[in-house]
Design a protein around this ligand. Structure first.
Ligand code: ADP
Length: 355
């Protein structure tokens, strides 16, 4: 890069905060004022002109020397207590604005000697930590989105090429056509979920809060998945009370559909899925449990992260955004979600919503 370019990126700070010239003007001014006052004082005492001259010169010289010594000492002190931290802060903010999110400022160890600069430095380091976290999340998110988009697209491209082969048997044509349809369904589901999540993360006003029967909503969600539980011959254990709730029913349908379809997806044929809806003081409590594959504690720690899929054997049936969406909706409703699970035993998801 050219020297000019470098200068543009990092502006040089040529002038010191405490220039000697400014000090000199300041000393002269003080010496002049003090000497004039002293002369006036001597004049009132009617002292001889010769002695007054001597005294004036002596006073001027002494005041100049004293203020010079004092200011030199003060300048050195300021250099270390003000100029050094200011330069460190400027240097770090400049690195930060150039996109170097690893920029941090070294903090003084002894807290007893901390001043306002140490508070600014601590706040800067905290802000830098937060921003670099967001940046990592953003780049991870983009990497995951591109990967997830590319997979079904590659499947569609491959099968579309295969379909072009002459004399393709009828059953192969049907098989490839189905694979393309399935990949495009996954792609469309993925895009819908990304858009939903993006909307929920940026939305702060939720006007669709109405009073509705949560129990009825859960019953409808279970019924809408009839095909799945019938096909897998799952046992259902339903204990749903009529609980009235204020909230956005459309958003909550997303939550129940995700929890229920996960419970059914991760439970083998003949297993059990249970749903309860109860009222506990000011809370509506919904729990969805299953006797499926369960998960390890390590998986449990990550399940609400975007694109996280703990169980690779079912990865083709989802995109790892379901529980991220669930968590976001619950957060918006000021609710809580917890999970208890053990590998090979099953899982229980419990949602608590303020009524
Ligand atoms: P997806 O279901 O698309 O993989 P989710 O965000 O819904 O994505 O779930 C994330 C991960 O959480 C799953 O991949 C799985 O490992 C784990 N998980 C969610 N629900 C269950 C469940 N009921 N039983 C076992 N594991 C589950």
């Amino acid at each position: 890069m050219s020297e000019d370019g470098n200068r543009k990126e990092k502006p040089k700070i040529g002038r010191s905060l405490f220039s000697p010239r400014r000090y000199l003007i300041f000393f002269l001014l003080i010496a002049f004022v003090v000497t004039t006052c002293f002369l006036l004082f001597l004049h009132f005492l009617e002292i001889r002109a010769e002695d007054v001259h001597k005294a004036a010169l002596l006073t001027f010289g002494n005041v100049l020397l004293l203020s010079f010594l004092g200011a030199t000492f003060d300048g050195i002190r300021q250099k270390y207590t003000v100029e050094k931290p200011v330069r460190q802060i400027l240097d770090a903010t400049q690195r930060f604005t150039r996109g170097d999110f690893s920029a941090r400022i070294e903090q003084r160890q002894d807290p007893l000697r901390h001043n306002e600069f140490d508070v600014i430095i601590a706040d800067f380091n905290k802000m830098a930590e937060e921003l670099s976290g967001i940046e990592t999340l953003r780049t991870d998110f983009i990497a995951s989105v591109s990967h997830e988009l590319k997979t079904p697209l590659a499947v569609m491209q491959n099968y579309a090429t295969l379909l072009q082969a002459p004399d393709l048997p009828e059953e192969k044509r049907i098989e490839y056509g189905r694979a393309i349809a399935e990949a495009s369904r996954r792609l469309s589901e993925l895009i819908t979920n990304i858009l939903r999540l993006n909307k929920l993360e940026n939305q702060t006003i939720f006007p669709d809060s109405i009073r509705f029967n949560l129990g009825e909503q859960l019953r409808e969600c279970v019924l809408s998945l009839e095909d799945v539980w019938e096909q897998k011959e799952l046992d259902l254990d339903i204990d749903i009370d009529d609980v009235m709730l204020n909230g956005d029913p459309e958003l909550l349908t997303l939550v129940w559909n995700n929890l229920l379809s996960n419970a059914m997806k991760f439970t083998g044929p003949g297993g059990l899925v249970g749903v309860t809806v109860k009222e506990e003081e000011q809370w509506a409590v919904v729990s969805v449990r299953d006797t499926g594959c369960g998960m390890t504690a390590e998986t449990g720690r990550h399940i609400f992260e975007k694109f996280y899929q703990g169980d690779s054997s079912h990865s083709s049936q989802g995109n790892g955004l379901g529980l991220a969406l669930v968590k976001r909706v619950i957060d918006i409703m000021n609710g809580e979600i917890s999970v208890e699970s053990a590998p090979g035993v099953g899982s229980v998801f419990t949602v608590r919503l303020p009524k």
